[in-house]
Design a protein around this ligand. Structure first.
Ligand SMILES: [Zn+2]
Length: 545
């Protein structure tokens, strides 16, 4: 059965035929994009005109996200910025501590069981002018119900007095760097890092590993993808224990699952040889809508958390250098073993010293095990300078930059973390393109909201939350930005032969838009309205999800 979709415009991302009016689909595969007359040559078909007033482009590809975004929506959203949930509701930002308390109090009033914990997520006090949240703030919501609020970074948990009490920590004499104390000698309720968060987290609904989604969360993540025009998304850092892999295979195997997921095996608490073996074992279980077989390594922390590894001269405000999240010798070993086994690795590097370590490690490993098409990808790589992009090019690496940072934390990077000069060249998209390094851009959802057209807007405009342009020289054009969220992101996942453009032989994965991203204007790219997606030929209207 052949269906020919008619559209107002089809942006194909195929340079030989960039725009078309019709696309023919059979068995989930594109037969061709062109005129109705050209496509009629394929034989008897049904003409579907429901997109006659819409714009189609290749389904968007999110090259760095986490399916745990879906799980976090089990908790109350208290982030600073407005955010769309998987059911299509936009939650306004909680722009002050009072607003956060009011949001939690409204949720608290709806809970019947007085012992049931209340939990929130996406708190980002960097926007509250330096004022930290303390247990007294959350005690205003309830002094008797345990309450916990996870920070946007996922690295800090704020709890109320009742939660501390249940964990046996509402007492003096606690001496731990992750548990700051107030003037009364008692914990303030800010729990930093896994050691401090774990014992109290289980009393406030955060007992799970934040890196893996539960079944309902995984389903929600799929729906959120379709609402954002995304047909392929990564779950970039999942430990993928057997139960999680089985659940994901079962759910993504359902005909109605609304997205393709590429899940990478996180190297954490596992040796280099074991992680390569596990990636290969998982790869053999891949299905159409769930792909395994790659590895994620985290080399350092975050710039705004001052845990990223920077080369000299270090942080602008004099903060000490950050942390290695992987032993440098393990990075060298896993690169060599992965190259030998034909397993691709994506490596989180935020600071430029971490990027340098990855470049050195790959250069060394490639001498031992040459692989001409390895596509090892640096993720975030926010502080790379021009010389490092040239090395990436020489070594055959890809990069997936994080332009959303300019909007959410650009003002802080300029004033505090890395200072004016490096803040202006962070996430150097224009340099990557000029150097010829294959470029994708990402949201790192749940760290920032999933939405490749918003991410493209960030790369094109480089506006901060306060409205200034940060590093105008690194802006890229709309056409380039649209390619980074389709075909080029697909390249970093080794899927560019299958998805990322609308042309003969590729999967019928489309983003269905109400507005034309090519003509709406660079400053409005984030406002393009999304109707839904087509996944393997199946039409998915966001409003009907
Ligand atoms: Zn991430």
């Amino acid at each position: 059965m052949i269906v020919v979709h008619e559209a107002r415009k089809i942006l194909t991302m195929n340079p030989a035929r960039p725009v078309a009016s019709h696309v023919a689909v059979r068995d989930g595969i594109v037969l061709g994009a062109g005129t109705h007359e050209e496509l009629a040559g394929w034989g008897p078909h049904a003409l579907d005109r429901r997109f006659a007033d819409k714009v189609l482009m290749p389904g968007l590809v999110e090259g760095h996200s986490h399916a745990s975004e879906g799980t976090l929506w089990h908790h109350v959203y208290v982030g600073f910025f407005d955010r769309l949930d998987p059911e299509g509701r936009t939650w306004p930002g909680a722009t002050s501590i009072d607003a956060m308390v009011a949001r939690l109090a409204a949720a608290e009033a709806a809970l019947a069981d007085p012992a049931q914990p209340l939990s929130g997520w996406a708190l980002d006090p960097i926007h509250f002018g330096g004022r930290r949240v303390a247990r007294g703030d959350l005690d205003r919501v309830s002094a008797t119900r345990p309450i916990g609020v996870m920070h946007a970074s996922g690295h800090i948990l704020n709890v109320n007095s009742r939660a501390l009490e249940l964990a046996g920590m509402l007492r003096g004499g606690i001496d731990h760097p992750g548990v700051p104390l107030g003037e009364d000698g008692l914990p303030t309720g800010e729990m930093k890092g896994p050691d401090a968060m774990t014992p109290v987290g289980r009393h406030v609904g955060f007992e799970r590993d934040l890196l893996s989604a539960d079944e309902e969360g995984f389903r929600r993540f799929g729906r959120l993808c379709a609402r954002r025009g995304v047909t392929t998304a990564t779950d970039l850092a999942n430990p993928l224990p057997p139960a999680a892999a089985d659940m994901m295979l079962r759910v993504a195997g359902e005909e109605s699952f609304p997205a393709r997921i590429v899940a990478l095996r996180l190297m954490r608490g596992i040796s280099p040889s074991e992680v390569v073996a596990h990636a290969l074992e998982l790869r053999a279980r891949s299905i159409d809508r769930l792909r395994f077989g790659m590895i994620k390594v985290v080399a350092d922390g975050s710039i705004q958390g001052f845990s990223a590894r920077l080369r000299a001269p270090g942080y602008y405000n004099g903060a000490p250098n950050g942390l290695w999240y992987v032993a440098p010798e393990d990075l060298r070993e896993v690169y060599a073993r992965a190259l030998a086994a034909g397993v691709q690795i994506h490596t989180h590097t935020n600071g430029d010293q971490a990027t340098e370590l990855a470049l050195d490690a790959l250069e060394h490993a490639l001498r031992l095990h040459p692989w001409h098409d390895h596509r090892f990808t640096l993720q975030h790589c926010q502080l790379a300078d021009a010389a490092q992009f040239r090395r990436m090019k020489a070594l055959g690496m890809c990069v997936n930059l994080f332009p959303n940072h300019h909007f959410f934390w650009g003002d802080q990077h300029y004033a505090m973390t890395v200072g004016p000069e490096r803040a202006e060249r962070m996430n150097a998209c224009a340099t990557a393109l000029a150097t010829g390094v294959p470029l994708a851009i990402h949201s790192d959802a749940p760290v920032t909201p999933l939405g490749p057209l918003f991410t493209a807007w960030c790369a094109v405009n480089r506006r901060t939350a306060s409205g200034r342009v940060l590093g105008g020289a690194e802006r890229i054009g709309v056409a380039d930005a649209l390619r980074t969220i389709t075909l080029d992101a697909a390249w970093t996942l080794r899927l560019d032969g299958e998805i990322g453009s609308i042309e003969c032989g590729k999967r019928a994965d489309f983003a269905v838009l109400e507005d034309d991203p090519e003509t709406i204007g660079a400053e409005k790219l984030k406002d393009v309205r999304i109707w839904g997606t087509v996944l393997g030929g199946r039409v998915q209207e966001a409003a009907a999800l």
